[in-house]
Write a protein that binds this ligand. Structure first.
Ligand SMILES: Cc1ncc(COP(=O)(O)O)c(C=O)c1O
Length: 437
């Protein structure tokens, strides 16, 4: 048995299988838009790792941030605030967050940043009821999983009580027949709110929303939907939480989705796109809310809260986005990629819809454009063929969420890499449609 085969066997024998996509090969390196597998084959990474490598894999700025942490400090007692953490809080408030969001809690993962947001909302309001959108994904830890509906919920016992799901907007499949996408989105919200008001025990706390419902099928709500959410939260004394794990820091062609939609939440959680591949996340709120929860004894004391290494990575990512004009690039390259995908849609009947913002795009595969029945079989075959041809993309696996590719390369992706990916997609769709059974 070769070393490569032996390691693959070790992965099978010694690792817990944790769901999602699993490949029969192992992986060795990642640089820019390219990952290589254990045979040395190069693959275009159009998922940016797990949506984190927005500045490209192993960017020199990240390597330097790691080296600087090595020269200064990697980790400290959680009560000691390292200098880079103060710098990151300041930079987020002064350059990236909409006013009045100016106070950051620096943690590690997306789920954690949402746990903190929910805890803050509960402490401020004294309530515990949370509204979340169908199809949403906020993480796998207790509180975050309770408000997630695109993840596996069965078999883990009762979730945190007080969560109410409201219908997610879906412009491709409006829930209210005959309505425009915007009217359907607003009608779904009004319906969901009426159900919640009926069921409420009088303890409202928060509404949590991904500005682009990503794992749920890359659904983009209209601006009016966010305005209505803001109003719904205010009327009920709830805090509005935006989970900007995927949308903050350039991916959608804006600093944040709050800026893009012109609606400011009370709390914003940011994570994946802040760390350039290292685990750093933040829960950001106003100084008024921070003062209130501090007075009530707010605690979120973890082993790695406010650690210097991830904070240095966050600073490096934010500086790189600025110096390489990656927000503008996301808009330009996103428009180019979208135009190429729309051109593919002209040639391939199976592409029912192309949607998204900036470089966060969704492509939905259907058996028939009139019935819009999802084509999961074609999705699975084509995704596998793309990988063989050198393109990694992510497809929704849950049958009820449609067969949707999430296409989100690093913001540093080149035109040549986009052209190559489109050629692979074209070939894979052509071959797989031809062998349809
Ligand atoms: C919108 C959103 N929020 C939160 C999370 C959870 O982040 P993490 O996996 O870092 O805990 C994810 C992860 O996919 C996500 O997409």
């Amino acid at each position: 048995m070769s070393d490569t085969e032996a390691l693959r066997a070790a992965a099978d024998e010694f690792l817990v299988r944790y769901g999602g996509d699993r490949f029969d090969r192992l992986f060795a390196t990642a640089s820019g838009t390219i990952v290589t597998d254990d045979t040395g084959r190069e693959i275009l990474d159009f998922t940016s790792g797990q949506m984190c490598a927005t500045i490209g894999h192993n960017h020199p700025a990240i390597i330097e941030a790691m080296a600087e942490a090595g020269r200064t400090a990697i980790h400290m007692f959680s009560g000691m605030i390292p200098q880079p953490v103060a710098r990151l809080g300041q930079k987020l408030a002064r350059e990236w967050m909409p006013a009045p969001l100016s106070k950051s809690l620096i943690v590690n993962t997306g789920a954690e940043s949402n746990e903190a947001a929910l805890r803050i909302a509960k402490l401020v309001t004294g309530g515990y009821e949370v509204l979340a959108l169908g199809g949403s994904w906020h993480g796998v830890t207790g509180g975050a999983a309770a408000v997630s509906f695109a993840s596996d919920r069965r078999g883990y016992g009762p979730p945190v009580p007080g969560v109410h799901a409201i219908p997610e907007p879906n412009a491709y499949r409006p829930a209210f027949a005959g309505a425009t996408p915007e009217a359907s989105a607003l009608a779904g919200l009004a319906y969901g709110l009426a159900q919640y008001d009926m069921a409420s025990r009088g303890a409202p706390a928060a509404i949590i929303v991904e500005p682009v419902i990503s794992a749920g099928g890359v659904l983009v709500p209209p601006k009016a939907y966010f305005e209505a959410l803001r109003q719904a939260a205010d009327e009920r004394g709830m805090l509005l939480i935006f989970d900007e794990a995927q949308t903050a820091f350039g991916r959608i062609g804006a600093r944040t989705a709050a800026e893009h939609f012109g609606v400011t939440p009370d709390i914003m959680s940011v994570s994946k796109t802040l760390g350039g591949g290292l685990p750093v996340a933040a829960t950001v709120t106003s100084s008024a809310i921070e003062a209130k929860v501090h007075a009530r004894g707010f605690t979120f004391y973890t082993s790695h809260v406010a650690d210097p290494l991830p904070a240095l990575a966050g600073l490096a990512v934010l500086e790189t986005i600025r110096s390489e004009r990656l927000i503008e690039r996301a808009s330009e390259q996103g428009a180019y990629l979208r135009a190429q995908l729309e051109a593919l849609q002209q040639r391939h009947e199976a592409i029912g819809d192309v949607r998204g913002l900036g470089l966060l795009l969704g492509v939905e595969l259907v058996q028939d454009r009139h019935t819009k029945a999802p084509d999961h079989a074609l999705g699975a075959r084509t995704t596998a063929r793309c990988l063989e041809l050198g393109l990694s993309m992510n497809i929704r696996r849950r049958p009820e969420r449609g067969a949707v590719w999430r296409i989100a390369p690093p913001l540093t992706v080149s035109r040549a890499e986009i052209d190559r990916a489109i050629a692979i997609l074209d070939q894979a769709l052509t071959e797989c449609a031809a062998t349809k059974d």
